[in-house]
Design a protein around this ligand. Structure first.
Ligand SMILES: Nc1nc2c(ncn2[C@@H]2O[C@H](COP(=O)(O)OP(=O)(O)OP(=O)(O)O)[C@@H](O)[C@H]2O)c(=O)[nH]1
Ligand SMILES: [Mg+2]
Length: 204
């Protein structure tokens, strides 16, 4: 697959209000600052399609990008940023949990993890939700430019183990700085959209 066209469509706080023409959706989720927006720009070869911020937690909405007039990439709000009130945390949970539970077009989840960090409770909660709602998932280890090439694969495999996924997931290492993994991730999108990967999550 190639990404020939990418457009920002809309930003909503409640996905049920998006009211978009139905097309398959691939969602990206991960800790705040993990590099979700940068990755969208890298995949689409655009500098500022998605806003990259130096202040973590800026993207609190659900952002829809339409790719090749054929599917949506959905940038879900990041979790785990500091200085957040309990109320805000709950509202994040409602947005993300609600989307994973209810979106009829969601085909696949890219769960982003910084390759240098251990999964925390929020990451495990995400992995649990993905399994609970039977959303097939790929673990995307971000910012891999930060560690030596030889250490990337073992580190990414470790992340995957630490998330205790009960169904088989692929792990892909990416860097928005040097474009590592860009083609592999785009080809993964093609696969999941063609539904070649018929991984059926096991019931918990
Ligand atoms: N070294 C390195 N830095 C990166 C990479 N991707 C993103 N960053 C940096 O990480 C910071 C956060 O990037 P964003 O893309 O805004 O992260 P996000 O996950 O969208 O963050 P929120 O929307 O706030 O949740 C920025 O300062 C980026 O420049 C990468 O591949 N390598
Ligand atoms: Mg963002």
């Amino acid at each position: 697959m190639e990404i020939r066209k990418a457009e920002f469509i809309k930003s909503v706080y409640d996905y049920t209000q998006a009211k978009l023409p139905p097309m398959p959706e691939i969602a990206l989720v991960g800790r705040s600052n993990v590099g979700k927006s940068s990755l969208i720009n890298t995949l689409c070869t655009r500098n500022a399609l998605a806003k990259v911020s130096s202040t973590p937690g800026k993207t609190r909405a659900v952002n829809y990008f339409c790719i090749n007039d054929a599917f949506y990439l959905v940038d879900l709000p990041g979790y785990g940023f500091a200085n957040v009130s309990k109320k805000e945390k709950e509202s994040w949970g409602q947005v993300v949990n609600g989307y994973l539970e209810g979106s009829e077009q969601l085909k696949h989840l890219f769960l982003l993890m910084d390759i240098r960090r251990e999964p925390n409770d929020d990451d495990r909660q995400m992995a649990w939700w993905a399994q609970h709602y039977q959303v097939p998932c790929t673990i995307v280890a971000t910012k891999c430019d930060k560690i030596a090439k030889s250490k990337r694969k073992p580190q990414a495999d470790k992340l995957s183990d630490q998330l205790s996924m009960t169904f088989r997931t692929r792990t892909i290492c990416v860097s928005s700085l040097d474009k590592t993994g860009k083609l592999e991730l785009i080809s993964r999108m093609g696969e999941v959209l063609r539904q070649e990967d018929l991984t059926v999550p096991e019931q918990l």
